[in-house]
Write a protein that binds this ligand. Structure first.
Ligand code: MN
Length: 715
């Protein structure tokens, strides 16, 4: 059991100017908070934070981190609040404690490799500050050491979680000893039989190992001293789990593994490493092909050393690693070794943070292949993802800025399509709420819900975007097809023959229906071809009405169309009383284009003073403007007014407007207007028109909803 003074002594060793008072205060506070709480082992609870702090001191971390280690369970397990921590220890420690607490709330229950990877990423993202991760690792390290006091089941579950989450983290951070120790403990709980088997196999080697270690240490030390080098020699045995893995993966027997025993020489600097290598190779014959220079070519996580294998005493192969003190510290403590204790007590927190980032950056620059390393250490600053949970605890990685719909679509397309809302951490949330790390999301759905085009404005993931677009494409073609079916039914009255479909360059009936509905194929072509192939009576073509008698629309007017059986399409001015009175019919939006030189009939009404020669002035102007008069009659009103009704032929709206303007300028003309049209404005009227549209929309929602354009006949 660690005691507080042992920890503070350890700190003083590597950081003489450290704020020991802070560590002591944190200890007293934690001890009071945990009071009589006990662990499964029966020990007082405070032994756990003390052990965590001790591990952090082994990693030579700063006092802020060590204090965090002492306080890490106070908020989770006692009456202490985050505010209490902040008041007493400041915002930095509160921030770190909060980070550790948050990670503690994740519960991982999956053997799915991909999920585990996401989970690890989430832990890193949540940690934000690397020191949070280090405290969490130390916490887990001590919990692993005390697993013998919990139930077999729990021990196994915790071991599994450690294997999936914390060991890879320790590896990525390069904290070798934590990785190895955790692996051996987890191994013993997950596969107790295999573990015992390896232990038994090693027993035989143990004696040899101990004898050789003593002998070799002495020989090497002497040889180095003769050359004037200070050397520390450490013997070590390969750890159990890595032996097991080697036997499993490489399919080798225990006797074939020759690096069970290894020696490590720690010297002053890197040039001494190479000199030491020479000394060793002069004493014992090297095994060919076993030399590796990780000093010149460090591993991706920054690891540096010289590795060689020699034929040692009694022809036993022995692996030897040679490294400098600094390389050794990095190899053992990884990234923690770079958290160099500066001892600047008065330096502002901000500066410390900048320093930390700087060190991180330097570290990244140092390593040969920074990609993997980068992945593991880029904290909040670099992380572009948020990690969220489903109701069932599955974890999803989404891009930053993702919203509940992104999540819904990530789970399942149908869940997205029918999404009407979401509960975020149990609280009803807006569909536009940006998700945060660790949020738990429950998607609310309704079978009546359909995707809205508006959603495209705020979904973030390509998956959601594509799903919504795809839905609309399908929906559009569905509506188009129904419209095409309607056109065929009304225009032909019979299903089109395969020959007709072929003549119209369509692949299938469905293709024809969609093309007609979308306006890619106009109704005229259908009729013209039907004329040839079906031998429909010719009048069917002639009787297609492109301007109904009541309102005489002309190209440029806002028109609505309806299909008339065996006659084709009938166009009405949008505000035409006929439309108003028959709004329940299937009115289609029509896009009507004028054909050059073609004239269309429309009716106008001119009110004039009862002046002689008035009629000839009006007709003269019409002729001058190249329009034809089809019909004309006069209505003499009692008194002084004359109404002239004229059916004229014009090319389009602009042509008509010119004529109306001209007529109005004639002396004696009181008023001029189109018949059955409310206003003489050049643009489309609103008011009643919109009312009609509303009515139509109600009556024939599915057909008009998409405001499909159908091209009317122009010949
Ligand atoms: Mn803990």
């Amino acid at each position: 059991m660690s005691r507080i003074f042992e920890i503070t002594e350890k700190i003083r060793d590597y950081a003489p100017k450290a704020d020991i008072d802070l560590v002591n205060r944190a200890y007293v506070f934690a001890a009071q908070a945990h009071a009589e709480q006990r662990r499964s082992s029966g020990e007082l609870y405070i032994t756990h934070p003390l052990s965590v702090a001790s591990i952090l001191a082994d990693l030579r971390l700063d006092t802020t981190t060590i204090a965090t280690g002492l306080l890490h369970d106070t908020v989770e397990d006692t009456h202490v609040s985050m505010d209490d921590i902040e008041t007493r220890f400041g915002s930095e420690i509160a921030y770190l404690v909060n980070g550790v607490t948050k990670i503690g709330q994740f519960h991982f229950e999956s053997s799915d490799h991909k999920k585990a990877e996401n989970f690890r990423k989430m832990i890193i993202a949540t940690a934000q500050d690397l020191r949070v991760l280090l405290v969490k690792l130390a916490d887990r390290m001590h919990n692993m050491r005390t697993l013998n006091f919990v139930s077999t089941e729990k021990a196994k579950r915790v071991s599994q979680e450690t294997m999936e989450l914390y060991i890879p983290l320790a590896h990525r951070l390069g904290i070798h000893w934590i990785k190895q120790e955790m692996e051996d403990i987890a191994f013993s709980h997950i596969e107790p039989e295999s573990y015992q088997h390896i232990v038994d196999l090693l027993k035989g080697k143990l004696e040899f190992f101990q004898e050789t270690q003593v002998k070799l240490e002495h020989i090497l030390q002497e040889a180095m001293a003769r050359q004037g080098f200070q050397t520390k020699v450490q013997g070590r045995m390969k750890h159990l789990y890595s032996l097991y893995q080697k036997m499993q993966h490489k399919q080798v027997s225990f006797d074939e593994i020759y690096d069970i025993v290894a020696f490590r020489l720690i010297v002053d600097d890197s040039s001494t490493c190479y000199q030491a290598l020479g000394v060793i190779h002069s004493l014992y014959r090297p095994v060919p092909g076993r030399f590796k220079d990780y000093i010149a070519l460090p591993k991706p996580n920054g690891y540096q050393s010289l590795h060689t294998s020699i034929m040692g005493p009694e022809n036993h192969r022995i692996e030897v690693q040679i490294r400098s003190q600094a390389m050794h510290q990095h190899a053992e403590d990884g990234i923690a070794a770079h958290w160099i204790y500066k001892g600047k007590q008065s330096s502002p927190q901000e500066q410390e943070r900048l320093l930390w980032i700087k060190q991180l950056t330097e570290l990244l620059q140092e390593s040969e292949n920074p990609t993997e390393f980068m992945e593991s250490v880029r904290l909040d600053l670099f992380i572009q993802e948020v990690y969220v949970f489903s109701r069932d605890g599955d974890i999803y990685a989404l891009p930053r800025g993702a919203r509940p719909l992104d999540f819904a679509y990530a789970v399942h397309t149908d869940l997205g399509h029918h999404c009407i809302g979401a509960r975020i951490n149990g609280i009803m949330g807006d569909l536009q709420t940006k998700l945060r790390n660790g949020d738990q999301i429950e998607v609310l759905t309704s079978p009546d819900q359909e995707p809205s085009r508006n959603w495209l404005r705020y979904v973030k993931t390509p998956k959601a975007r594509q799903a919504i677009r795809h839905y609309y494409r399908r929906q559009d073609s569905y509506i188009s097809r129904r419209m095409g079916q309607k056109i065929i039914q009304e225009v032909l009255g019979t299903p089109p023959t395969p020959k007709l479909i072929e003549t119209l360059h369509c692949n299938s009936l469905e293709d024809l229906e969609i093309k007609l509905g979308q306006g890619d194929l106009n109704v005229d072509s259908l009729l013209e071809q039907a004329e040839h192939t079906l031998r429909l009576p010719l009048h069917s073509l002639q009787h297609i009405q492109y301007g109904a008698d009541c309102c005489h629309p002309i190209p440029g007017d806002a028109v609505l169309a309806r299909m008339v059986k065996k006659r084709g399409m009938e166009l009405h001015y949008r505000d035409c009383p006929y439309v108003l009175n028959n709004h329940e019919q299937a009115w289609l939006e029509a896009d009507w284009h004028a054909k050059p030189k073609q004239l269309y009939p429309t009716a106008i009404e001119v009110h004039t003073e009862d002046l002689r020669g008035m009629l000839s002035h009006v007709t003269g102007l019409i002729a001058k403007l190249e329009a034809n008069i089809n019909d004309l009659n006069l209505e003499q009103r009692a008194g002084e007014m004359t109404h002239i009704h004229i059916l004229i032929l014009v090319s389009d709206r602009i042509h008509l407007a010119k004529i109306l303007r001209g007529i109005r300028l004639i002396d004696g003309v009181i008023k001029v207007k189109r018949k059955n049209h409310r206003e003489l404005t050049p643009h489309r009227s609103t008011g009643i028109g919109d009312a009609v549209k509303g009515m139509i929309a109600k009556g024939r929602r599915s057909l008009l909803q998409s405001t499909k354009k159908i091209r009317g006949k122009s010949s």
